[in-house]
Design a protein around this ligand. Sequence first.
Ligand SMILES: CC(C)(COP(=O)(O)OP(=O)(O)OC[C@H]1O[C@@H](n2cnc3c(N)ncnc32)[C@H](O)[C@@H]1OP(=O)(O)O)[C@@H](O)C(=O)NCCC(=O)NCCS
Length: 146
Amino acid sequence: MGAIRIRPAKDCDSQELTDLYRKLYEGDEKMKFYSSKVVPSKVRFGNKIFVVREKKKVVGFCWAIWYEHIKNKGVGVIEELYVDKEYRRKGIGKRLVETALKFLGKNSIAVFVSTGDEMKDAQHFYESIGFTLCKGPWYVTVPKKS
Ligand SMILES: CC(C)(COP(=O)(O)OP(=O)(O)OC[C@H]1O[C@@H](n2cnc3c(N)ncnc32)[C@H](O)[C@@H]1OP(=O)(O)O)[C@@H](O)C(=O)NCCC(=O)NCCS
């Protein structure tokens, strides 16, 4: 093998990329996604920031991102979550995440959040609302059967 180089995919890679993608999904020829072409510049993502307001003040926010996947659903990420100190432990964080999950969940096979190892409070919070703690940095997730 000669020297290899890795670079981001471009639209000129589309046909070869699609051919490899079909090899990856051999056996799925009858599925609708199988005939899709992989066009790097057309891959979509969605980005939404939800805020919580009390009277005229914004007291918390949650930043949610969705990434498309050509096969079926994409994946979701809760990128940031914050509730102002005096508004904590009133259920606001939970409602923010529920709202983000409504946006991400229907189009995602999994929703990820990452915290620092020292952020035990945040980990307890996420576990208390149904997330599973996995020690990373990288892990594989299996979606729940619906
Ligand atoms: C984490 C955070 C968003 C939680 O917001 P919140 O509005 O206080 O959370 P909720 O009131 O919805 O809490 C729901 C449940 O989560 C758990 N929980 C919340 N805060 C917790 C804490 N500090 N320690 C342990 N468990 C906690 C509790 O089980 C709580 O239910 P309970 O109050 O009935 O016991 C908030 O503390 C925050 O902004 N922290 C700083 C930023 C941060 O850590 N963001 C997450 C980074 S990924």
